[in-house]
Design a protein around this ligand. Structure first.
Ligand code: CUA
Length: 360
């Protein structure tokens, strides 16, 4: 049986051309797969880890890249060698190979190459990868601490409810954590399977309806880290993003204290009218604003909405322009989401925006 052309004694111009073709295809796939790893400007980079969990995963990735690249180069080298080398009977036509004394030696050399290259070598490579994977898993289990901050995350189509059970408040799509501390996340799903992934801090973990999965996150440096849903969950899966804000302990405590309080009372006539518009338009049926009569649970809690960086689950900047568009026609920005369009006059919209922007 021919392996890499080692025992192919015949010279077929056509089969050689086919060999060149597939060699070129393999080389292009190899180059293309490495080029595909380049990061776009907006996506978080798993190879720029900002926490101990992501760092261990990136180490494993680099090891696997190095081993994969080594194997690729060896296989390509053998393939090229097999195609270009001179056959013993090259140029003698298509007759059967001549029997000679060296035939037995070539055969045993081929068998050694098959066993060494096809069994022993892959077994060694896979054992190395398996060992480092177990080592990485063990390291990831070490990212935890006693008496941690607990954050419950519930995935909805297509946004994230963020619950701080010990501090007794709920927010959405933006998670604050203290820097340099391992935080325990309890992941749940309200409808379908989602997956919680902050690439710069840790690997991904599914949110499954009916069960709680636990993930530990730790950030080494203060910053805003983009998170995303990593499991296809419907038409707006790609717009199910969130932000993790890692901040020093003191800033985090201040944020916690502000979140625990009720929404600020509307100051000024316009904001007061806005609260009335909010209730009159039925927004309170789906949204909670603590400190008011609004206690709906279908959509995100809006108690301190204006303090958030984004709206539409991490997709749009939280500014007046996008907020107006979201209120008037949320499906224009995010088709298929559950929020109905509000039919408001210009003065009503103006008042509602003023009220929502006061919810700090
Ligand atoms: Cu949620 Cu994809």
């Amino acid at each position: 049986m021919p392996l890499l052309g080692l025992e192919c004694k015949k010279e077929h111009p056509k089969s050689k051309r086919v060999g060149y073709f597939w060699t070129a295809v393999c080389l292009l796939i190899g180059v293309g797969s490495v080029a595909g790893c380049s990061q776009s400007a907006v996506m978080p980079n798993t190879l720029d880890p900002q926490g101990p969990g992501a760092a261990r995963i990136a180490d494993l990735w680099w090891l696997m890249l190095a081993l994969g690249a080594g194997v690729y180069l060896i296989v390509m080298g053998l393939l090229v060698w097999a195609l270009w080398r001179k056959r013993p009977n090259e140029g003698t036509g298509s007759g059967p190979p001549a029997a000679d004394a060296s035939n037995g030696g070539t055969k045993s050399r081929s068998q050694r190459l098959i066993i060494g290259g096809g069994v022993v070598f892959p077994a060694v490579i896979l054992s190395i990868v398996f060992g480092f994977t177990l080592h990485t898993l063990s390291d990831l289990n070490g990212v935890r601490q006693d008496d941690p901050l607990v954050i419950e995350v519930i995935g909805y189509q297509w946004w994230w409810e963020i619950n701080y059970p010990d501090q007794d408040f709920v927010t959405a799509n933006e998670i604050h954590i203290p820097v340099g501390e391992a935080v325990r996340f309890e992941l749940k799903a309200a409808d379908v399977i989602h997956s919680f992934w902050v690439p710069e801090l840790h690997g991904k973990l599914d949110l499954v309806p009916g069960q709680t999965n636990t993930l530990w996150l730790e950030a080494d440096e203060p910053g805003e880290y983009r998170g995303l849903c990593a499991e296809f969950c419907g038409i707006q899966h790609a717009k199910m993003l969130f932000i993790v804000v890692a901040e020093p302990r003191e800033a985090f405590e201040n944020w916690l204290a502000a979140q625990q309080g009720p929404a600020p009372q509307p100051v000024g006539e316009l904001a007061q009218q806005g609260l009335a518009v909010f209730t009159g338009a039925g927004c309170n049926e789906c949204h909670t604003i603590r400190g008011t009569a609004a206690n709906g649970e279908l959509g995100p809690d809006l108690t301190h909405f204006a303090g958030r960086l984004t709206l539409g689950s991490g997709v749009f900047p939280n500014n007046r322009d996008y907020l107006a568009r979201w209120v008037l026609n949320p499906h224009d920005l995010k088709e298929g989401n559950l929020m109905p369009a509000a039919s408001l006059s210009d003065p009503e919209l103006e008042a509602l925006l003023a009220y929502l922007e006061s919810l700090r």
